[in-house]
Design a binder for this molecule. Structure first.
Ligand SMILES: Nc1ncnc2c1ncn2[C@@H]1O[C@H](COP(=O)(O)OP(=O)(O)OP(=O)(O)O)[C@@H](O)[C@H]1O
Length: 328
């Protein structure tokens, strides 16, 4: 919205709560004007990272730079960032329009100008018709759009979103994620979105930053992180992969890159432990040498041409180019 594309960078950022280490010397440069998801399991430090960027939590060590300016010690309103919270925290007694205009009122902007700006933001999130309602008269999805408009009215260079879709029902969640993604592209600013959902991150993100245990395990374009996980944790957390120990080391391979052949004809022998019908695919779970579990996702037509059953011996095949060596 500023018209200038700005870089956000974390330089060895650490957060301690007493003796607990929540974020451990994390460094990362966020791509300008892109949608980034901070992804990881509960407690990995993603919300602490987001809150430090927003200025709602102090940085214990390290610095946060926006457009090469150290913003680590600035108050939230002076950073060029804005945060949309998990609970939208709208003022219940204020109309939608006044909720959106609130931060401009705090800044001393006169009534006419702030109402005009708020109306512009409501148009952006498609809520013009509901400007005079109170928050209690809105659906969850509408409340969320008010919260978005309220964050965007400050014209941030970076919008921070903490689990913004978690309060919505599954149907609305999918719709809102499309809206968020479109809004980010339309505004051309950076969105940094915290989530513990792999599907959500894959659907939304240009870049995924996977955190585990207070550090970044892997960061890169969504497709690269899913396709070529570097560690066992990333492979297992992203899902859809097998982790296999081979004589050359540990490898990840996507389940849909593993083929099932008649016994005696594959790269490896296994016996089927379970079959699960998933609609488009059938999941064939098997056990191979070394008591390792391998799952093959077989397109349903191929499976039903030559079905297998628990106890059957099968061959498993893959193309070596689909094996990704793990570093940890
Ligand atoms: N205010 C606090 N005081 C003490 N410890 C905290 C505080 N906030 C977070 N922590 C701890 O820091 C670690 C990281 O928490 P954080 O909220 O950043 O993780 P998260 O990945 O966002 O998890 P979740 O998805 O559950 O919100 C956790 O072990 C958490 O218990």
């Amino acid at each position: 919205m500023s018209g200038i594309i700005q870089d956000l960078e974390l330089v060895s950022v650490t957060k301690r709560y007493g003796t607990a280490l929540a974020v451990n010397a994390v460094s990362h440069r966020f791509r300008p004007a892109s949608y980034t998801c901070l992804l990881g399991p509960s407690g990995c430090g993603k919300s602490s990272t987001l809150r430090m960027i927003a200025g709602h939590e102090s940085v214990t060590e390290g610095s946060i730079l926006l457009a090469h300016r150290d913003i680590s010690n600035l108050p939230p309103a002076k950073r060029g960032t804005a945060m949309m919270f998990q609970s939208y925290a709208l003022f219940p007694h204020l109309s939608v329009l006044d909720n959106v205009a609130f931060s401009l009122k705090m800044k001393g902007v006169d009534a006419k100008e702030r109402r005009a700006k708020a109306a512009e933001m409501l148009e952006l999130v498609d809520l013009t018709a509901l400007a005079d309602r109170l928050p209690a008269q809105l659906s969850g999805g509408q409340q969320q759009r008010v919260a978005l408009a309220r964050a965007l009215i400050t014209r941030p260079q970076v919008l921070l979103l903490d689990e913004p879709l978690s309060a919505l029902d599954p149907f609305l969640r999918v719709r809102m994620r499309t809206e968020l993604r479109n809004l980010q592209k339309e505004l051309g600013i950076s969105f940094i979105h915290v989530t513990h959902g792999q599907d959500e991150a894959l659907a939304l993100a240009d870049e995924i930053v996977v955190m585990n245990d207070a550090v970044i395990e892997q960061a890169g374009p969504a497709r690269e992180v899913f396709n070529a996980p570097k560690t066992r944790f990333v492979a297992q957390f992203m899902g859809g992969h097998n982790v296999i120990a081979l004589p050359q080391g540990h490898f990840a391979i996507r389940s849909d890159a593993v083929g099932v052949t008649p016994a005696g004809s594959g790269q490896m022998e296994g016996h089927v432990t379970a079959i699960e019908y998933q609609g488009t695919y059938v999941s064939v779970m098997s056990r191979i040498a070394g008591d390792q579990e391998v799952t093959a996702l077989v397109p349903d037509a191929a499976y039903f041409d030559a079905p297998h059953h628990p106890g059957d011996r099968i061959g498993l095949t893959w193309d070596a180019k689909n094996l990704h060596q793990l570093t940890a």
